[in-house]
Ligand binder design. Structure first.
Ligand code: PMP
Length: 309
């Protein structure tokens, strides 16, 4: 797990302060009820130009701000200001490597009572160093979780709320305790949803298939990136439709994607090999294209990469 870096700077209560000084009161609403909404955004360091490129910053902040409506949140900072804050904490933290930026909007009032409307919210934002979050070379061994994915009308996954990550933590821990790298969540109806912190794609007959936005998923920015790159750069069809559990056992290729996971091949599900147990041709091609794009090497997608310095 990634830890706070010495010298890192956090945006907290409207100021840039040393990360170790950004502390909340135990009565904070979000601390008691999980009423925070957040984003996870990667910055990729390019040594040749000595700069960090933040990937799809605008889309991440747009998702965050749209989700405010779910928790009836209002904060003084505008979307443009939140984007600037993400860049500024990175600059002030002095990083010169791969990073992960975490803007977090939370119910900051010191008040008890489970409510969302009329409870004051605040923004904080910090950055940490981050390399590969999961193995992206050999393929992951994953298991279908005994934990079901949160239903949208219970705790909406699309909101990316702090409280909803109890669901992810339970599934990830169960998988690791049983000797797997990751978990796959099914929904209450038994169809496939996503991983603990990543979306899932299946390759079948040269087509990409992924659960739709109504499958209790967080609608990932990387998911959208993969769909666009598969279609526009590799000429592949992409289909959003419900996926049954056993389709995972018989598909040609399987991979996860997410800001943390990047593009991560899956080599087995429930101890059954996916294909021949090696990362598939399409998965590898997508990985290659993905890394070219995030490292600001592809002209058509340079607008997705925001330089920090
Ligand atoms: N699903 C969940 C539950 C996640 O936590 C994440 C990581 N943010 C994703 C999917 C992937 O989303 P994104 O590509 O926007 O990072």
């Amino acid at each position: 797990m990634a830890k706070m870096e010495p010298g890192a700077v956090t945006y907290f209560e409207g100021k840039y302060i040393p990360a170790e000084d950004a502390k909340v009161n135990v009565m904070t609403h979000a601390f008691n009820y999980g009423t925070g909404l957040f984003e996870g955004i990667r910055g990729y360091y390019c040594a040749d130009v000595d700069n960090i490129y933040v990937f799809r910053l605008k889309e991440h902040i747009d998702r965050l701000v749209r989700n405010f409506n779910i928790l009836c949140m209002e904060i003084p900072e505008t979307a443009e200001q939140i984007e600037d804050i993400c860049l500024e904490v990175t600059r002030q933290s002095g990083f010169r490597e791969g990073i992960y930026i975490r803007p977090l909007c939370y119910k900051s009032e010191l008040s008890l009572g489970p409510a969302v409307r009329g409870v004051k919210s605040s923004l904080t934002c910090y950055a940490i160093k981050l390399g590969d979050y999961v193995d992206i070379k050999d393929g992951l061994d994953v298991a279908v979780s005994s934990w079901r994915r949160l239903a949208d009308n219970a705790i909406p996954s699309r909101a990316k709320s702090t409280g909803s990550y109890i669901n992810s933590s339970l599934a990830a821990t169960e998988a690791k305790q049983a000797g797997f790298h990751e978990a796959i969540f099914l929904r209450e109806d038994g169809t496939v949803s996503e991983g603990s912190a990543m979306n899932i794609f299946m390759v079948q007959d040269g087509k990409l298939i992924t659960p739709p936005p109504t499958a209790d998923i967080l609608v990932g920015i990387t998911r959208n990136t993969v769909m666009q790159l598969a279609n526009e750069m590799l000429g592949l069809d992409v289909v959003e439709r419900p996926i049954s559990r056993t389709e995972l056992y018989v598909c040609d290729e399987l991979f996860f994607c997410g800001t943390g996971a990047q593009v991560a091949p899956v080599r087995s599900v429930d101890r059954r090999l996916v294909g021949d147990g090696h990362p598939g041709v399409i998965t590898k091609k997508l990985q290659e294209v993905y890394f070219d794009v995030v490292l600001n090497k592809v002209e058509e997608y340079k607008h997705w990469c925001t330089p920090v310095f």
